[in-house]
Ligand binder design. Sequence first.
Ligand SMILES: Nc1ncnc2c1ncn2[C@@H]1O[C@H](COP(=O)(O)OP(=O)(O)OP(=O)(O)O)[C@@H](O)[C@H]1O
Ligand SMILES: [Mg+2]
Length: 294
Amino acid sequence: MDQAEQLRKRVSQQIQHNGSTRVIAVTSGKGGVGKTSLAVNLAIQLRKKGKRVVIIDADFGLANVEIMLGIRPQYNMADLIYNDKNIDDIITQGPMDIGFISGGSGVQDMVNLDKEQVRVMISKLVRLDTIADVVIIDTGAGISDSVLEFVLSSPEVLIVATPEPTSITDAYSLLKTVNRNKNFSADEKKIQIVSNRVGSKEEGKEIYEKLNIVSTKFLNIQMEYLGAIVQDSNASKAVIEQKPVSLAFPNSGSTKCYQEICNKLLELDETVEEPREGVAKFFLDFIRQKKKKY
Ligand SMILES: Nc1ncnc2c1ncn2[C@@H]1O[C@H](COP(=O)(O)OP(=O)(O)OP(=O)(O)O)[C@@H](O)[C@H]1O
Ligand SMILES: [Mg+2]
C-alpha cells in the first residue's frame, strides 16, 4: 500500500457523514462572467428553500464573495491548520445565515501539508458534512492549476458563460484541458452550463448548444443545461449596495432566473440515488490533485 493509499484509507475511516452534502464548484473559462454572482445568489435561493449553505471562496484574486455579501471574515482555511481553529471558528455568517469560508492562503497551502496536517485538516472539514446541505465553491476563472483541481475534484461543476464569443471559446478551452487530465472521467461528473447576461432565454439555450455540440463531438463530454440569467441593470446596483441582487431586488429579472436555477438544481436532489461523497472526500481528492504535481 503506498502512502497516498494509506492516507486515503485512514481518512475514509473518518468520513462517517451521511453522504448527503452536495459539493458544487462554480467556474468559467473567462473572468468576470458572473461566477460569484451565481454562487452568492444561488446560496440565497437555496436558503429560501430551507437548505443549509456554505460558500467557500477559493478565488485568490479579489475578495468577491465578501464584497457581495457585505461581510469581513476574520479567519481563513489556513487557520484550521496553523492556528488550531475549527470549522465553526472560520465560518462567517452572511445574510440569511449563509455560511462563508474564505479559502485565503489555506487552499494554496494544501500542497505543503504533511500527512498529519492533512489528517487534521480533513477531520475538521468533515464537520461541513453535518452543518451544510450544499457547499458552493467559487473558483477563479481560466485554466490555472487550482481551477483545474477544483473542477477535477468536484462531483458537480457549473460552468458560467456569457454570449460573448471569447467566453464560449474559453469555456471550451477549459473543458479541453480538464479532459486531457488522466484523472478526469466525464461519467463521474455532472457538468452543467449556466448562461449569464443573456437577452432572452433562447439566447441562453443557444450558448449551451454551441458548447455542447463541440464538447460532445471533440471531447466526448456531454453537458447539461441548468438555465440562463438575463442581463439585469439591478445586478450592478446590488454590487454597489454590497447585497446579493436576490435580496436587494427580489422581483428583478435576474433574481427570478436564480430562483429557477435553484429549483432545477434541487430537482436533482430527488433523482440522485447513490450516496454523495461529501466534503471531506472532495478535499481529499483536491489535496491529492495538488500534491501529484510536485
Ligand atoms: N446578469 C447580470 N446582469 C448584469 N450584470 C451582471 C450580471 N451578472 C453579473 N453581472 C456583473 O458582472 C460583474 C462581474 O460579475 P461577477 O463578479 O459575479 O463575475 P466573476 O465571474 O465572479 O468575476 P471574476 O472572474 O473576477 O471572479 C459584476 O459587476 C456583476 O454585477
Ligand atoms: Mg468572482
